[in-house]
Write a protein that binds this ligand. Structure first.
Ligand SMILES: [Zn+2]
Length: 492
């Protein structure tokens, strides 16, 4: 593969970013490790600090300004300084990492060499420099929207977390190179529609690389918050993973200067709208969103203020534990841990609440950008095991099928709920796909009641006994008798 392919859009944007970078100045930041009593750590977790990991554990790593460091110390937190950002600046990225341009080139090559397995989409553009956000769809017949459950894997909402991009590309490589002879891979590609978005935040990542890691902990996109045309790392950018529309004001910061700034409004950013629109169209059954770092998996959820559990808590907890148990940590002494995520403005709680997708946030590795290729390789390889579990879990236990109109035989968009589980005070009703009528509902083994409702049809209530497998069942809906007087034939 040649390394010099750059689209004209990318060249134009690169010039803009480079030009902008000349004006960039910023205060130094520190990576710190914070320790205190359980009560104080809980208070800490509610602050809009730039934590390294979502998991609320002690000690906890965070990126802080000098001002934030002083206030933590004055409040009695024990703070150990691990690194200064300025000490890292000027290092070069290990060539193992794909730059943004190399990522694009790789995706294009896959599409060109495997047109029967892969199709490259641009699902949106970045907010400030209009860099494309790519999604590679892998499936047999990738040009068609087939009646198959869909899976989403994405990474790099945050610029400083390129391990996720490498996992995505290694996953694509694994699928295309094994299709046709590896039975497991062949069945995944044939039976599912697998979407991969390696870089959710292209302009943030490009900025980080093009400036020789001058700001190696940069996290946000580059929204020009002060509208002055320059890139100002102390004021610009939105934390994309605080911009989703669920309990939007509960997490992140309202101040543009903060590195967890949630943006001017929910879905204000083109990047998050790109994922939203794809998710609403495809209605993914399961998903992983990769972040760094912490060697932990976050599942849904604890509801703000109540600590309430997600309706699918038992299932999600089980899946997180199974996945975590398959991913070796870097010490080699154990596996990833798992814990609940707060139901707020991040991708995973939003997509679960609104579309029913079981999305897990995986915090990979033990640093943002490890510079040692053997560490990168190990993180990538071990994480694939978690991903494979997720794909296999789509085979059940649970129920899947289509909702069909008995009269016309056409698929129906219907509300498909599990009476014992679904609580519509926190989640949107789950629906079958409007084009195919398809629904996929993973469940723990047990007895349930399936309720299917569509306007103009008799509601269906079906008792389910879910064992160890996926129950395949089409739901045939009977139209209500038309009662409009005009349609009645005159009585005789
Ligand atoms: Zn992240």
């Amino acid at each position: 593969m040649s390394r010099n392919y750059v689209s004209s859009v990318a060249i134009f944007s690169a010039l803009l970013i480079f030009h902008a970078s000349l004006n960039a100045e910023k205060s130094d930041r520190l990576l710190v490790r914070i320790t205190s009593t359980p009560e104080k750590m809980l208070t800490l977790s509610r602050r809009p600090l730039d934590f390294a990991s979502m998991a609320q554990k002690t000690p906890r790593d965070a990126i802080v300004t000098e001002k934030e460091l002083v206030s933590l110390l004055s409040e009695g937190y024990q703070v150990e300084i691990l690194q200064r950002e300025s000490d890292l600046a000027g290092q070069s990225l290990d060539p193992f990492y794909h730059t943004l341009e190399e990522t694009h080139e790789y995706l294009q090559t896959v599409e060109r060499l495997y047109p029967y397995l892969a199709k490259l989409h641009t699902i949106g553009k970045s907010t400030r420099f209009s860099l494309p956000i790519w999604a590679l769809k892998i499936s047999d017949n990738p040009d068609e929207d087939e009646d198959e459950p869909a899976v989403l894997i994405d990474a790099m909402h945050h610029a400083r977390e390129p391990l996720g991009n490498e996992i995505c590309l290694a996953f694509i490589d694994y699928l295309i190179s094994r299709y046709g002879w590896d039975e497991r891979v062949t069945s995944w590609v044939n039976d599912f529609e697998i979407w991969v978005i390696p870089v959710m935040n292209p302009e943030g990542y490009k900025y980080l690389i093009d400036n020789s890691l001058a700001s190696p902990w940069w996290r946000k996109n580059l929204r020009d918050n002060d509208l002055n045309g320059a890139v100002n790392l102390d004021y610009d950018g939105v934390d994309l993973n605080r911009n989703y529309d669920l309990n939007w004001t509960y997490a992140g910061s309202s101040s543009p200067a903060d590195w967890t700034y949630r943006g001017p409004s929910p879905f204000s950013e083109d990047e998050t709208r790109a994922k939203r629109d794809l998710a609403l169209r495809e209605r993914f059954a399961v998903a992983i969103t990769y972040h760094s770092y912490g060697e932990t998996i976050m599942y849904q959820w604890s509801w703000p203020g109540t600590d309430g559990r997600a309706p699918d808590h038992n299932l999600l907890r089980k899946m997180a534990s199974e996945m975590a148990g398959r991913i070796q940590n870097l010490s080699g002494m154990g596996t990833y841990t798992y814990s609940r995520q707060t139901a707020a403005n991040q991708s995973s709680p939003w997509i679960y609440a609104v579309t029913g997708t079981l999305e897990f946030l995986v915090e990979t590795g033990t640093s943002f950008i490890p510079l040692d290729s053997s560490i990168i390789r190990t993180v990538v390889e071990t994480n694939l095991e978690g991903l494979f579990y997720l794909l296999e879990r789509l085979r059940g236990p649970g129920i899947a099928g289509r909702v069909i109109d008995r009269k016309t035989g056409s698929p129906l968009e219907a509300l498909v709920s599990i009476v014992e589980i679904d609580d519509f005070s926190t989640i949107e009703p789950r629906k079958s796909h409007p084009q195919t009528g398809r629904f996929t509902r993973l469940l723990e083994p047990g007895k349930y009641t399936l309720r299917v409702w569509a306007r103009g049809f008799n509601p269906a209530r079906i008792p389910l006994n879910i064992g160890s497998e996926l129950l395949e069942k089409d739901i045939i809906m009977i139209p209500l008798r038309d009662r409009k007087p005009a349609d009645r034939s005159p009585r005789k």
